[in-house]
Structure formats: structure tokens, C-alpha cells
Design a binder for this molecule. Sequence first.
Ligand code: NAP
Ligand code: FE
Length: 364
Amino acid sequence: MFKYTMPTNIFFGKDCLKNNLVSNIDVNDKPLIVTGKRSAIVSGVQTDILEILKNKKIEYEIFNKITENPKLKTVHEGAEYFLKNNCNMVIGVGGGSPIDSAKAISVIAGNKLKNREIYNSKKIKNAYPIISIPTTSGTGTEATQYSVITDSNIDKKVGFGTPLMFPKFSFLDPKYTISLPKIITRDTAVDALSHLLEGLYSKKRSKIVYPMIFNGVKLIFENLKNTINDLENIKLREKLMLASLWGGIVIAQTGSTMQHAIGYPVTNKYSISHGLANGIVMKTVMKKYYPAVTKDLNELFDFLDIKKNDFYEWLISLDLTIGKKLDTEFIENNIATVLNTHNMANNPIKIVANDIRNIYNKIN
Ligand code: NAP
Ligand code: FE
């Protein structure tokens, strides 16, 4: 038995925003554009949206205070701004951080949530419509019901999900990712790769998403290095964006696993990107899970026409490292956090404290 849910209307390809936002928004809408300091501007999205909104005489507001690993405090501020200005829809523009924040603002404002209530799905009964326009090819949040917001009280990344946070519309135009520098291109693609692989590891894996997983991994495996060496190549950017979208659709069905749970604390403590935090443990996690998902992983390697070791070699060649060992105190303090993360319910095997300790100790 399997279940497949994808309520988001997805538009993908050249000029998809310009050609389709216009017919899906009208003068009764007052969007809050939620973004970071630079991404909406350098990607070109802001110019394109404002042109559409101004032509249709649609009022809007901009909230551009979102940082990487967005904070609970900031999304509450965004929700207050949203309500004060009588907005009735959010448009998240940027990487996962602004889009996750737009989702959070939609439900905080929609339910007048206080303090940490956003992490309690029972409190979430309404959401304002969410539009997403990704400018990275990584998180897949444009096609998921999830958001990850750092709880500023305890300085921990906490993921949460509700079907109400599936965007109503997502517009994916690869041209918006051309301005991404090398390292962000690599790290975000590695995040997408994590989602695809975790879809295959997850207890909730189902064959309905395997074509997306296999083809998505193939697109990244065959094109990531070329893209890093040819950042303005739109054909290559398109391939990474499609892989990333598939990764989102996959985890929307399967959830993610220990791979993500383990990365969250490292991101916060060592100030590294979300994608890199996944990347530094990807090989170890794959080795750990291999006995439990041998048939599925072998099928993937056959599809790629490679051996398992070729995949490991390729991962090593991406140079996913933080250049140091994690300190023991950090490891010991975070084992329980990892074990208590909700993604752990999807692991294909039982994971205990010592497994986490060993995986953390292998990072360098
Ligand atoms: P990000 O944190 O949104 O952005 C990383 C950096 O890239 C920022 O400095 C951003 O600038 C910049 N940037 C974005 N687009 C750009 C462009 N086109 N050109 C130049 N610079 C650009 O990175 P992300 O990896 O996309 O998102 C990571 C977040 O998503 C994490 O918090 C992670 O936990 C979450 N996540 C969510 C899901 C989900 O399903 N909801 C899944 C995986 C990960 P600005 O600061 O100006 O924006
Ligand atoms: Fe991720």
C-alpha cells in the first residue's frame, strides 16, 4: 500500500513566474513578500514580481529580515508585520530559509500563535495561502509541508509539518539560481541529494517515488561538478533544480531520516550550511543503512551504472569537510537531541546513542 499527496501547483521552467503568477493573483490579494537581505534582489525575482504586482495594481509589503537558519523570533516579527499591514498571503522568495519562514509566518498569523506554539501541530488549524519562489536548488521546500525554524530559546533547529504548509503555488525558474556562487551551489545540491537518498532509506519509502529518486540522484551525480565549473549554464541549472524539486516531492511522502537529524545541531554549533551538514555524514550514514536497504541501493547504483565504491569516491571528491573533528562535549550534549528528533522515526534500522557518537566522531 502507498499514499501519495502533492497539493502544490508547480510551475517549472523559463519565465514560469512571469507567465503564470499574473493569472493566479488579483487585487483582493495583499501579499507579504518574505525574503533575505540579498537573494530576492540578486536572483532577479524581486524585479519580476514587482512588475507583475504593479501592473495589476496589487498592494504588497516586503519583509526582508530572514537570515540563514531562520529564528522563531524573526518569524514572529514577520507575522506581526503581516497582521499589522492587513496582508492575506505570503510569497516566500529565496532559499529554504525565506520559504520556510514564509510558511511559518502564514501559520503564526493564521492562528495567532504565541511563543513556541508553532511546534504543536494541534494548534495549527488555518494558514494563509503560501506562494514559493525558490532561488536555490536544494531544500525542495517548495513542494513540502515542512518548515525548519530555530527555536531561539534553546538555539536548536526544530522541524515541523502540517499539510496546511504545502504552498498553493510554486514557481521554479532555473534562471533565478544562476547567481548562486560555487559553494552554495554545491551545498544545496548535496541537500537535495540527501532528500532523494533519505526517501530511499526511510521506513515510509514507496516505489511510487523511486523514479524521482533514481533520476534525481542521476541528475546530481552527472551534473553537479559540471555546474560548479560552469555556473551560468542554464541547462545545467535546470537539471539541479529538477532534482531538488523531486527531492522535495519525495520527502513530502517519506519524511527524512537520521541523516537530517544528525546535521541540525552541527549547523548551529559550527555555523556551516544545512547542505554541508548533511554532506559530512552522508557516506557514513549510507554505510550504516546499506545492510537494511541493500536491494534498493544496489538498484540505484545499477541505474547509475556504477559500483557502490564509485559513489563513495564521488562523494569524497566533492570535498565535503569542515576541516576539524567535532569536540567531545558537543557530541555528548547532542546525542539525546538527535535521538529525540522526529525524523528518527523513519530510520530503516534501530539507532542507539553509540551509533550517533560513532557517526559524529567520523566527521572531519
Ligand atoms: P538559505 O539559508 O535559504 O540561503 C543560503 C544563502 O544563499 C543565503 O546567504 C542566501 O542569501 C543565499 N542565496 C539564496 N539564493 C541566492 C541566489 N540566487 N543568488 C545568490 N545568493 C543566494 O539556503 P538553503 O540551503 O536554500 O536553505 C536552508 C534552510 O532550509 C535550512 O534552514 C534548512 O533546515 C531548511 N530546509 C527545509 C526543508 C523543508 O522541507 N522545509 C528541507 C531541507 C532544508 P540571503 O541571505 O539574501 O537570503
Ligand atoms: Fe534538507
